[in-house]
Design a protein around this ligand. Structure first.
Ligand code: UDP
Ligand code: MG
Length: 319
């Protein structure tokens, strides 16, 4: 098998067939053999039923993975990569925001440039509003400063990987997966390719601001322990200041004496230090919580069934 396309699907009942058709129209006569791997990530609509229908009338090999519940896009991509048999693997969304034509261009780049291992599409112009764009920019600035891994602003999960890269990614069995970090952590030669995402074909994006925020925190915690160092630094600074203050108080007491008891200052300081302690405990807790879950060695996903369908219609080659 030459090429595998991994397509995570969550509530995409109206999109999956169109996605399959668009891929077939686009790759017919262009690629000798390819497979489409749809991962149904616990959709609440009829996505699974729609997917199974594809087994009956496809030109290419179709592989379907059905999760026992929603495990998230990261888990779906991992499952898809595990199933992929191609020498090249593309990760692409089901909602047609990422065009199969662009995926084909990525494949061509890898075929023509033996030194490149991965092609990543990045959005030149973000479709989101200014607020979200601002927050994303801040996130990239922060994470690039505090972690050793480089994160490329605007680069999405829309990528085409050589087999060697896929194997490297699969060797990372961490539970909290943050693909953007994993892609750059494994290294390899990456070509960045600008693209403009289309509007979503149907349905809604499943990313709320809250979900994105949690994902950003996951990313930071998965790829750097800098917040722990910041907590230590803050604690040291506060302790130093407190010590200095005490020395001043003692000297004051011995020389001029203290006449006004500083209640507001006292209460303020107690609240400040208490707050810092709680934040620090929270940061430590985030790491310990993840260690706890990781230590349980739970699987990244649970698949109820995996179905493979061979091509039903002949694929003509006019190359
Ligand atoms: N997706 C998934 N599991 C989830 C959420 C999303 O598999 O829990 C899939 C979704 O079906 C789509 C892709 O991930 O194919 C991107 O999701 P979405 O379009 O909601 O995100 P956006 O394009 O807004 O980043
Ligand atoms: Mg989308």
């Amino acid at each position: 098998m030459k090429w595998s396309l991994v397509i995570p699907c969550y509530n995409e009942e109206v999109n999956v067939r169109l996605m399959r058709d668009t891929c077939q129209d686009c790759f017919r006569g262009q690629v000798e053999s390819y497979e489409l791997i749809f991962v149904n990530d616990g959709s609440r609509d009829n996505t699974w039923r729609e997917l199974k229908k594809l087994l009956q009338d496809s030109e290419c090999r179709i592989k379907l993975v059905n999760f026992s519940r929603n495990f998230g896009k990261e888990a779906a991509m991992y499952a898809g990569l595990q199933q992929a048999e191609g020498d090249y693997v593309t990760l692409i969304d089901a909602d047609l925001q990422q065009r199969p034509e662009v995926a084909l261009q990525m494949l061509r780049i890898l075929e023509e440039q033996p030194e490149a291992d991965c092609v990543a599409a990045y959005q030149e112009h973000r479709l989101e509003g200014p607020v979200l764009t601002f927050f994303k920019k801040c996130f990239y600035r922060i994470i690039n400063r505090i972690s050793d891994v480089d994160f490329y602003n605007g680069a999405s999960d829309f990528r085409t990987l050589r087999r060697s890269v896929v194997d490297a990614i699969l060797s990372m069995g961490e539970y909290y997966r943050f693909s953007k970090g994993i892609f750059s952590w494994v290294g390899f030669e990456t070509v960045f390719m600008p693209y403009t995402p289309e509007a979503r074909n149907a349905g809604n994006s499943s990313w709320s601001f809250r979900k994105l925020f949690r994902y950003a925190i996951d990313g930071i915690i998965a790829f750097t322990t800098a917040p722990l160092r910041i907590a230590t630094g803050l604690g040291t600074l506060m302790a130093g200041l407190a010590l200095l203050y005490l020395v001043i108080v003692v000297i004051q007491k011995l020389t001029v004496g203290i006449d006004i008891p500083g209640y507001p200052t006292l209460v303020g300081l107690i609240l400040l230090i208490g707050g810092i302690q709680l934040i620090t405990l929270g940061i430590i807790g985030e790491y310990i919580g993840r260690m706890y879950i990781q230590e349980k060695h739970r699987p990244i996903y649970i698949a109820k069934e995996v179905v493979t369908g061979q091509p039903q219609k002949r694929q003509e080659m006019n190359k």
